[in-house]
Write a protein that binds this ligand. Sequence first.
Ligand code: HEC
Length: 318
Amino acid sequence: MKKYYQVIVYFSVIMIVVAFFFSCNINKEKDIANCKPVVNSTDSLIIVDTAKIPKDKFGESVRYVRQLMLNTAYYIGPDGINGKYLRNKMNCTNCQQEAGTKLYSFNLMDSHDNYPQYRAGEGKVLTLAERVNNCIMRPHSGKPLPLDSKEIIAFLSYLKWINGYAPKGKKFKGEKNLEVKFPAVAVSPKRGHILFTKQCARCHGAAGEGIMCADNVTYQYPPLWGTSGYQPGSSMHRIIKQAQWLKANMPQDKATWDKPLLTDSEVLGIAAIVNDDDIHKRPVVKSFDYPFPVEKAIDYGVGPFVDTFSEAQHKFGP
Ligand code: HEC
């Protein structure tokens, strides 16, 4: 009889521990959901209906990566529950907003059609899986996902699924970011700084450090520079590229692609200050891209170049 009671007591203790463990995990998921920024959606042009993700194994894969893009740090960040791949706590969706489906926001809906593709940055043809890993390694300063990992297979599934929403064989509004007119004079970091304080600091912090969520898993407002920000060599680190993205998307609560808040010269000025490595630290990078300098993008800020312009001119304009 005594043994019988002992079993019941042991069993109850185990159940309490298990229940506690699960409640912690549930809270963690909930915290992530509570710490979500509001996105100014552009879905009026193309509606990606996640309720239509198939209810089979392929759909499971699609759903997993959608969640992973929204909560990248939680799944594969420095303390990721499914692997420690990233070295910072940013999420894919911070730049590829709405998990790559927001238009004019480094939209990913036609990526599945466009790879394999020659990439000047690497000087070779990349598969879509390798391209995904570029983002893990560059803006996220991480180590590549194994090409046969559950995550890479799910990424390819997700990109194929959202590709179903891209009009076939023709361009669509928002597949590329908005254009900005190239500056006639060099952009002024000084002016950019004033604009940054006025338009950006209230969310990203006066020191560009971002605001961490209460659970310390990821950011509510991601950092714009510092050793926890994106690396040099990331697309966001190029001034024209960033300016094109900012125009439609920042400030997050005010700008939309059809009603940008800032002018072309303002977004260029802000991108110049955000990406000014003389005043802002970033993660240290050992090797830079573009093995063939002749193919280097005009706003890539690191030499050697084939032309006679200086690094400053490549970064800030004429
Ligand atoms: C209302 C708050 C808010 C304001 C103001 C704001 N941002 Fe953001 N920003 C965000 C949020 C939230 C994200 C992440 C977007 C997401 O996950 O969908 C973000 C993402 C970014 C990113 C990409 C991720 C990163 O951290 O590198 C950049 C770059 C950026 N913002 C720059 C700016 C600049 C420059 C300004 C000023 C013109 C600005 N933001 C103003 C909220 C804001």
